[in-house]
Write a protein that binds this ligand. Structure first.
Ligand SMILES: NC(=O)c1ccc[n+]([C@@H]2O[C@H](COP(=O)([O-])OP(=O)(O)OC[C@H]3O[C@@H](n4cnc5c(N)ncnc54)[C@H](OP(=O)(O)O)[C@@H]3O)[C@@H](O)[C@H]2O)c1
Length: 283
């Protein structure tokens, strides 16, 4: 039985769908199972990570776990129970910001994910880390708010990022779950295309084409985005996110790799595919 944590949000939900459609036995953790809206056949079990005493039923009989750790949650109480439950593998959605052996890490996002990776290694349970750099879902939903007709406002026009489709991330997770050859391995799923230096502008153009609208991108001061995001996220995290974004400007494009192709058997989905899959969100 595979347990997915974070199963009702972007990455976990897609992973549950991929696992279920592949006939795998999958269980989803949620604080509100009645609202989960997951496919038939998926066992949705109540549990709250900040009340670890509630996690017993979710962990019962679990052999592998896909962990998408919600922001601000301490992972240690979960890991204590995972070890006791006899789980054989933890697949953790980590961050591409983590520098291998980098201590101290360069920012709070990298430091947070590096700490969770360390805590997972210390359990003695086999692990696989998926270090994701820029998911399409993150860069686009943040940068592409329709706030003024056909002008999409966001920070930093000049960035480069090989954005990854969450469906590809989910398929990579499904491919490594339960497979001993992936124990102790680190993967960095990326999008398919070497990004340009004006990725946000190009994303908006692609979106406009799909919506049959003349959209344009207008760069706004970083502080505006910072204020907006700080309503939902720790201000240090927001600062680090924006720094990661701006850190790609003017640099050789971040490496694109063939992780998705190798592990899923098909090329990584392009951003245009992501737009097609999410068009309804923008209408
Ligand atoms: N740039 C990026 O976006 C990026 C890049 C790399 C890695 N990541 C990783 O992805 C994570 C975010 O993933 P996401 O956006 O899919 O999820 P999210 O929005 O951060 O979290 C929501 C999910 O977590 C569950 N959840 C929240 N609090 C919970 C609790 N106390 N107990 C049990 N479940 C709880 C929710 O389930 P219910 O509401 O159903 O309980 C829901 O499924 C980040 O924290 C990071 O580690 C993100």
């Amino acid at each position: 039985m595979i347990l997915v944590i974070g199963a009702t949000a972007h990455f976990g939900r897609r992973t549950v769908e991929v696992l279920a459609s592949g006939g795998r036995r999958v269980r989803a953790l949620s604080r509100t199972p009645e609202l989960a809206g997951l496919p038939e056949g998926v066992e949705v079990v109540h549990g709250d990570l900040v009340r670890p005493e509630t996690l017993g039923p979710a962990l019962d009989g679990v052999t592998e776990m896909f962990l998408v750790l919600p922001h601000g949650v301490d992972v240690q109480p979960l890991l204590d129970r995972v070890r006791q439950a006899g789980v054989r593998q933890i697949v953790f959605l980590s961050s591409g910001a983590v520098a291998e052996g980098g201590d101290p890490q360069s920012d709070v996002i990298a430091a947070h994910h590096a700490r969770v990776e360390r805590e997972i290694r210390a359990t003695g349970v086999a692990w696989t880390f998926l270090r994701l750099y820029v998911p399409a879902i993150g860069s686009s939903s943040r940068a592409m708010r329709f706030q003024g007709g056909d002008v999409v406002r966001g920070p930093h026009a000049a960035v480069a990022a090989a954005v990854a489709h969450e469906r590809d991330v989910a398929e990579v997770a499904a491919a490594v779950l339960g497979e001993a050859e992936h124990f102790g391995r680190i993967y960095e799923p990326t999008g398919p295309r070497t990004p340009t230096q004006t990725e946000h502008v190009e994303q908006v153009v692609l979106l406009g084409r799909a919506l049959v609208r003349e959209l344009s991108f207008e760069e706004v001061a970083e502080q505006i985005t910072q204020q907006q995001l700080s309503q939902f996220m720790d201000a240090d995290f927001v600062g680090a996110l924006l720094e990661l974004m701006v850190g790609t400007a003017g640099k050789p494009a971040l490496a694109v790799n063939d992780t998705v192709a190798k592990l899923t058997g098909h090329p990584a989905r392009p951003f245009a595919q992501w737009v097609a899959d999410h068009l309804a969100d923008f209408r």
